[in-house]
Design a protein around this ligand. Structure first.
Ligand code: FES
Length: 81
C-alpha cells in the first residue's frame, strides 16, 4: 500500500512498512537535522546513536530509523546537538 508523508512543504511517497528514514532516503534526502553546523541523518540505523532524530507530528526527538512512516505524517527538520 502506498503512503504519503510531508517533509517541510514537500509530499513524499512511500510504502507501508517503510521507516521514516527509509522514505526520506528513497526520496533523495540524506540529512534532516542540523547539529552545530553539521548535517545529520542516518548513522547507525539501529536506534542507538540518535543521529537521525526528527520532529514527527510535532513530537521532537523521534528516531527516523525506528519509527514506521504512517500516511499523513508531518516531518520537520530539527536543529540541535
Ligand atoms: S541512525 Fe542511529 S538511532 Fe537512528
Amino acid at each position: 500500500m502506498s503512503i504519503s508523508i510531508r517533509f517541510g512543504e514537500v509530499e513524499l511517497p512511500g510504502r507501508d512498512g517503510q521507516t521514516i528514514a527509509g522514505v526520506l532516503m528513497a526520496n533523495g534526502h540524506r540529512t534532516w537535522r542540523d547539529a552545530q553546523g553539521s548535517e545529520r541523518g542516518i548513522f547507525c540505523g539501529i536506534g542507538i546513536c540518535q543521529d537521525c532524530v526528527i520532529t514527527v507530528n510535532g513530537v521532537e526527538g523521534v528516531r527516523a530509523c525506528q519509527r514506521a512512516a504512517c500516511d499523513g505524517d508531518v516531518l520537520e527538520r530539527e536543529a540541535r546537538a
